[in-house]
Design a protein around this ligand. Structure first.
Ligand code: T3D
Length: 263
């Protein structure tokens, strides 16, 4: 499918999805979200793709909802907000969490509103040292969406999540790293190279095992210990049936580096 609002390319096992509306800081419209969701589905279906890299074009990662779509200046009726949330954000977050391949997010600049929370739904979040995170919702009387009320308190604790959501202040990337919200801050000029290297490395690891790890973490967010121990038993049995497990053990015993096929 030819895309209009995102860029998509795939090489060396990594699909790169770039939000591409730089004039409006890659803010989300329903058509851009539909393209993102299509690209995520395509990566899920393509066995050659073993990791995803999500980033933004220009100076921002994503400024959240395109407020001109949510409140058109020409007076045409806006889609109901619940519909925007259900069509734009919820399926995007679900697609990222359900994708049993690692999703790296390279936050290249400001990530605001739904843009901030979309990043937090990814598996490994790198951010430029010039980037920032803004829970912008409170500034316009909304609540955090795009999974923000789910991921943010789990990542940084309820006290910090509440203050970030209430005040809506810009949080520099270094502080986001210090409070455990993201994985790592990288010098702006090196961000994309570094993120590509991380994604390529992930693409050489046992893809099924990583996917099952992600499924286990997803389930752990709602499980008690007993239920989670059972999830581990089941998913470990699945992981143990992969060719990559056999290769990993063989390579260890033969004292060589493994070559994982992602199966
Ligand atoms: O339907 C619903 O609303 C429900 C869904 C909600 C989900 C949400 O995400 S709600 C939160 C929506 N996002 C925001 O409120 C953030 C709005 N943007 C900002 O606060 C600032 O732009 C930033 C802090 C992100 C960056 O500030 P700065 O000074 O670096 O850039 P800027 O000058 O404000 O923006 C540059 C351009 O992008 C500007 O256009 P112009 O003047 O050059 O023609 C600005 O209008 C445009 N832009 C930035 N954010 C948005 C946007 N246009 C539309 N929607 C945006 N969200």
């Amino acid at each position: 499918m030819p895309y209009q609002y995102i860029l998509f390319d795939a090489e060396q096992g990594v699909a790169t999805i770039t939000l591409n509306r730089p004039d409006v800081l890659n803010s989300f419209t329903m058509p851009m979200a539909a393209e993102l969701q299509h690209a995520l589905r395509a990566t899920a279906e393509d066995d050659a793709i073993r990791a995803v890299l999500l980033t933004g074009a220009g100076r921002a990662f994503c400024a959240g909802q395109d407020l001109a779509e949510a409140a058109p200046a020409d007076g045409t009726p806006a889609p109901p907000i619940a519909e925007i949330v259900r069509m734009t954000y919820n399926p995007s977050v679900r697609a990222i969490r359900a994708l049993e391949k690692p999703v790296v997010c390279a936050v290249n600049g400001v990530a605001a509103g739904a843009g901030a929370n979309l990043a937090l739904a990814c598996d490994v979040v790198l951010a430029a040292d010039t980037a920032s995170f803004v829970q912008a919702f409170s500034k316009i009387g909304l609540i955090p969406d795009t999974g923000g009320t789910f991921f943010l308190p789990r990542l940084v604790g309820l006290a910090r999540a509440t203050a970030l959501a209430f005040f809506g202040d810009k949080l520099p990337a270094a502080e986001a790293q210090a409070m455990g919200m993201i994985y790592r801050v990288v010098e702006q000029a090196r961000l994309l190279d570094e993120a590509r290297a991380v994604a390529r490395r992930l693409a050489t690891l046992p893809t099924r095992g990583l996917g099952l790890t992600k499924r286990a973490f997803n389930q752990s967010l709602a499980n008690d210990l007993d239920a989670q121990l059972e999830v581990e038993a089941e998913l470990q049995s699945e992981a143990a049936q992969t060719a990559d497990f056999a290769e990993g053990v063989r390579a260890f015993l033969e004292k060589r580096q493994p070559t994982f096929a992602g199966r």
